[in-house]
Design a protein around this ligand. Structure first.
Ligand code: FAD
Length: 684
């Protein structure tokens, strides 16, 4: 299916990446401008969209030039505090709120589109100028700066071409230009000193003017901040001399900790634009043509929702396209889900969303106040904030708990991920033996009929039991010992069907982080519901892809303390990864490991691949799409190269009693063809 996207802005590029992540690759983004990242003001991305960027693996690149917003503080012109609230991880979200230059955000998005889809996936200097729709086909006409045009035939067209969208104009020919609210905005960025917490967003206002300030980057050498500012005035107060207007209208305002005259004076360029939005539309999708981002729902810039919601559009759109058999149905379902909510948010933003608090403060106390409680009821301000967060679906409860928009993730929350639980079936069966070497009675609950059938198939193909059982017991003993010695945080990477947090009776003070692909942990939780009450310590499940860079950030945000020792469990993961991914993963784990940390890890021996006895099993794993690819002849040596001091044993070593702290496993679990390593390692 060919997908054409008009506009390489936030919505268009995020859509390309989301569609690619959802399995599409015939995607081309056409951008009217000669480059994608030309305009660079500040944007705030709320945690609901940051979660999506993290799931796309973009968070680390973004954070290289961005600021994690710590608080939102609103004032009257005299600098009296009307309302403040923590933001992002400081408000308990699992993801941060990010203040970033639009140009940096677009650079990161465009680089990843080119990286993942190829250079040809982004075509610049190509403006959509016409659109022809025929049953089942769409022709989008793009015109270059030299006036030459070409018609692109496409199965799906996404109009992500911003507030002055040509796609929207073709669908709604009589609509005309966007409407304004009679306000003119002056915007700029300049390097200066941090104010308030150093990562605060400050909004000051009366009933008609607004002054917004927040840092979007940090100079790591000097600690200075790149401060984004927006000053909005009624049109009748605007004028040609932008800096003079700003200083005349805001010169006596008191933004806390900010020397406004200096900041404005040092701003290299000040841009002027009217504050405009669009009326909500009755329909976004027409056959296989749809709208996203500002093209669909441009709103006044209050509440940090424009780019935020453009990213959510992109993710929802990709999810529907991947999960509906027909493109038309998918695009209709996308619009059905998104349009009503955006219609409400557009209306909210016409009363300036959360900034309504400032307008009310001015109306009630135009000369200021000594205590804000004199002019607002006890819950009034909190209600404004909560109501707006709920309207934009960025309230913490929803953001942190909603199913993932990653295709195959938690959105199919009822579809149990049986395939992850083959090893649980093996552990459950061992548990039922009178001579069990590993007693994982919780694994029995994970043994659904489908996963039992799959386990039978794998075993019939020659799958091995010993490595699964022995590494399980090895991990149990080593983990219990480390926790008894005082380690109070455990991180289980690719936690899949791991049940230790439920069954090992760890101390109440232990924090047990489980990380796996979106949907896996949720599926496990559902099956383990009957024993949910038995959790003795704190379990923190995190949805993340270990191949992308976001997981350490998520882990830290969820409370992992890198300065304290950690027990890391990486079990059953390595066979599926290329060596460079494993080296990268171990380097990250090493960086996050304080002295006293322990790594429990296993991997196939190189002989596993050389032994003809394993040929059928390896072919079986390849055929079911989970090919084994990695093995080590000297696992201890490999771990040593990655900065770990390891004791590594093959199953054969263990069967001969080589490990003095582990009960010797029986011969039945160490057959000659099960060439496998288990290791315990400490930071070297
Ligand atoms: C002052 C101000 C502050 C803001 N602050 C925030 C904030 O804090 N947080 C937030 O989330 N949002 C904020 N926004 C809104 C945010 O900038 C937009 O909502 C967001 O950029 C929308 O993304 P988009 O991709 O839909 O459109 P855009 O980012 O506008 O991208 C559209 C792209 O399409 C291209 N294009 C246009 N016409 C054509 C065509 N015919 N053919 C091909 N390409 C075309 C454009 O060149 C552009 O690259 C703010 C907006 C303003 C004005």
């Amino acid at each position: 299916m060919s997908i054409t996207i008009a506009g390489a802005g936030v919505a268009g590029l995020a859509a390309a990446l989301s569609l690619h992540a959802a399995g599409r690759d015939d995607i081309t983004v056409y951008e009217a401008d000669p480059a994608v990242d030309q305009h660079g003001f500040g944007l705030n991305i709320l945690p609901n969209a940051v979660r999506e960027l993290a799931e796309l693996g973009l968070l680390d690149s973004l954070l290289r030039h961005a600021v994690e917003t710590r608080e939102l503080a609103m004032y009257n012109p005299y600098g009296d505090l009307v309302w403040r609230e923590d933001r992002g991880v400081w408000a308990g979200y699992r993801w941060p709120q990010i203040s970033v230059a639009r140009s940096h955000l677009l650079r990161v998005l465009a680089a990843e589109v080119r990286n993942r889809l190829g250079d040809q996936a982004v075509v610049t200097g190509a403006r959509l100028t016409d659109l022809r729709r025929e049953p089942g086909r769409t022709y989008a006409v793009f015109t270059g700066a030299d006036g030459t045009s070409r018609a692109v035939e496409t199965d799906v067209l996404i109009g992500a071409d911003g507030i002055r969208s040509a796609v929207r104009a073709a669908l709604y020919p009589g609509e005309g230009p966007p409407s304004g609210n009679g306000t003119v905005m002056y915007r700029g960025t300049a390097w200066g000193e941090g104010f308030l917490t150093g990562s605060s967003m400050a909004v000051l206002g009366d009933d008609r003017r607004r002054l917004v300030l927040y840092p979007i980057d940090t100079d790591e050498t000097t600690g200075r901040k790149l401060i984004n500012w927006v000053a909005a005035v009624p049109a009748e107060e605007a004028g040609e001399e932008s800096r003079a207007v700003v200083l005349r209208r805001f010169g006596d305002w008191r933004p806390p900790g900010v020397d406004l005259a200096r900041l404005v004076g040092q701003t290299p360029e000040v841009y002027t634009s009217p504050m405009i939005d669009r009326d909500p539309l009755p329909q976004w999708t027409f056959g296989t043509v749809t709208l996203a981002g500002d093209a669909a729902h441009a709103m006044y810039p209050a509440g940090s929702n424009g780019a935020t919601q453009a990213i959510i559009d992109a993710r929802v759109l990709a999810w529907h396209l991947a999960t509906h058999p027909g493109a038309g149905d998918a695009l209709r379902a996308y619009a059905d889900e998104r349009r009503p909510r955006m219609t409400r948010l557009q209306a909210d933003n016409r009363t300036l969303g959360p900034e309504r608090a400032i307008t009310l403060a001015h109306q009630r106390a135009p000369r200021g106040f000594t205590d804000v409680r004199e002019i607002f009821g006890p819950e009034e301000l909190a209600d404004i904030s909560r109501g707006y967060a709920a309207a934009g679906q960025f309230d913490r409860e929803w953001v942190d708990s909603r199913p993932s928009l990653t295709v195959g993730g938690g959105r199919r929350s009822t579809a149990v991920r049986e395939t992850s639980f083959i090893t649980a079936v093996i552990r459950g069966r061992e548990c039922n033996r009178p001579d069990a070497y590993l007693r994982d009675n919780h694994a029995v609950l994970l043994s659904t009929p489908r996963s039992c059938a799959m386990a039978d198939e794998a075993l019939a193909a020659g799958g091995t039991i010993g490595s699964v059982i022995v590494r399980g017991r090895f991990g149990d003993v080593a983990l219990t010992e480390a926790v008894a010695a005082g380690v109070s945080q455990v991180v289980c990477l690719a936690a899949g069907s791991d049940t230790r947090v439920w069954r090992l009776g760890l101390r109440a003070t232990t924090r047990y982080f489980e990380i796996d692909l979106p949907g896996h942990l949720e599926a496990k939780e559902k099956l383990l519901e009957p024993v949910a009450g038995r959790l003795a310590c704190r379990r923190v499940p995190l949805d993340a892809d270990l191949r992308h860079g976001a997981w350490p950030h998520l882990l830290r945000a969820a409370g992992h303390a890198s300065h304290e020792p950690t027990v890391w469990i990486i079990e059953g993961l390595l066979p599926y990864l290329p060596t460079e991914d494993v080296a990268g993963l171990l380097a990250t784990v090493r960086e996050m490991s304080a002295p006293g940390s322990v790594l429990l890890i296993d991997a196939p021996h190189g002989d596993f691949y050389r032994d003809p006895a394993n040929e059928a099993f390896l072919a079986f794993m390849t055929a079911r799409g989970s090919a084994f690819q990695l093995g080590f002849d000297d696992f201890g040596g490999f771990l040593g190269e990655q900065g770990w001091r390891a004791e590594a044993y093959t199953l054969r070593d263990l069967a001969s009693g080589a490990c003095d702290w582990l009960p010797t496993p029986p011969q039945r679990l160490c057959p000659p063809h099960d060439h496998h390593w288990v290791a315990r390692a400490h930071p070297a």
